[in-house]
Design a binder for this molecule. Structure first.
Ligand code: OSB
Ligand code: MG
Length: 375
């Protein structure tokens, strides 16, 4: 496919409610979108970097720079990429920056699906017609506030509740939640808030029958998670630590976790996400799709990814309305009373992008075109 132009846009979108993790509070998102235009079709990608380099080293600002000055020129200079799967090779000279890379790679996968006339879910080999959904609940001001939120999400049909936690917002919270709902599928995510001295404390989480404990220790660690896992009955799940297939293999072989969270941005796009998924599936390790407070574009890609065979656990992929007063896709992402999202079988990502709304929310925009051939 010949790439005619790449348009980068930064949108400012306030969340309907603040989201607090162990590393901080997010109230407003800076959403970075890439629109890749090719022979009359348009593929869309979303950068999942945060506003600050707290979750990982990338931020909206670093990704903007890398996309504008490095990745977009490489993609435009490449001899007609035919597949999303060609992107890792095209971007090979650029070290790191997986979220920036995923922005363009995922847009090319969207384009490829449109050209083939199949949904993105089918293009990647997805086998599900619906995906099971969970929610990730931030740290709340009080435990009663959190209980009220859980009540609302369970009533909406969500099949798994994940609680953000940190020292001081953990055991007491789990006790109160389990007391009220002894049977629900419940997990927690520390975003690296604990250290080795907290091992006994983390072992006490075993009392709450959690589905998993996500990334309790350092963001780049395998070994100490394997030490901790040996002491726990509860499975550990790694998020931040898993940047690619080799990381997944290391984590599985070392016993650092028994479950994997796969995020498209964190691993650099669909190619590597599928590779991580395949490695886990071959070894009997269940996976689920993580979320990064995405707009409808990133959400559509997460939905497609979640249709792969190994995504047996409910992901952090939930309805647009939980995040946005108005999402930038049409229709918005909706979750059924059974806690499922139905896969849309139209060609490509399955959700139209609302150009009018994007225009209104955009605070900066750059168009990059192939340099005109001289002579
Ligand atoms: O660790 O999964 C995480 C949001 C921002 C950064 C990291 C994480 C999260 C979430 C939210 O848990 C998931 C979502 O609802 O998009
Ligand atoms: Mg996480």
């Amino acid at each position: 496919m010949k790439i005619d132009a790449i348009v980068l846009s930064e949108l400012h979108m306030p969340l309907v409610r603040p989201f607090e993790t162990s590393f901080g509070v997010t109230r407003d998102r800076r959403i970075l979108l890439a629109e890749v235009q090719s022979e009359g079709l348009t593929g869309w990608g979303e950068c999942t970097a945060g506003e600050h380099p707290y979750f990982s080293a990338e931020s909206t600002e670093t990704a903007w720079q890398v996309l504008l000055h490095e990745l977009a020129p490489l993609l435009l200079a490449a001899a007609s990429p035919e597949h999303g799967g060609d992107c890792p090779r095209i971007f090979r000279s650029i070290r790191g920056n997986p979220m920036a890379k995923a922005t363009l790679e995922n847009a090319i996968w969207d384009l490829e699906a449109q050209r083939e006339g199949v949904s993105l879910a089918r293009l990647i080999g997805g086998v599900r017609e619906t995906i099971p959904c969970g929610v990730s609940l931030g740290i709340h001001a009080t435990i009663p506030d959190l209980l009220a939120t859980i009540e609302r999400e369970l009533a909406a049909g969500y099949r798994r509740i994940k609680l953000k936690c940190k020292p001081g917002w953990d055991v007491e919270v789990f006790e109160r939640v389990r007391h009220r709902w002894p049977e629900i599928a419940l997990s927690c995510d520390a975003n690296s808030a604990y250290r080795l001295r907290d091992q006994d404390h983390i072992a006490s989480f075993d009392a709450f029958d959690l589905l998993m404990i996500e990334q309790p220790l350092w963001h780049d660690d395998f070994y100490f998670h394997s030490v901790l896992q040996k002491r726990l009955r509860t499975p550990l799940c790694l998020d931040e630590s898993i940047g690619n297939r080799r990381d997944a293999l290391a984590a599985i072989e070392m016993g650092s976790c028994r479950v994997l969270n796969i995020k498209l941005g964190r691993v650099g796009g669909f190619s590597e996400a599928i590779a991580v998924h395949n490695a886990a599936l071959e070894r009997g390790i269940p996976v689920w799709c993580g979320g990064m407070l995405e707009s409808g574009v990133g959400r559509a890609h997460n939905i497609a990814l979640s249709t792969l065979e190994g995504f047996t656990l409910p992901g952090d992929v939930s309805a647009s309305a939980r995040y946005w007063a108005e999402d930038i896709v049409e229709p918005e992402v909706e979750v059924s009373q059974e806690g499922e999202i139905a896969i849309v079988e139209t060609p490509g990502r399955g959700y139209e992008v609302r150009a009018d709304l994007i225009e209104r929310l955009t605070v900066r925009k750059e168009t990059i075109r192939a340099a005109a051939l001289v002579g």
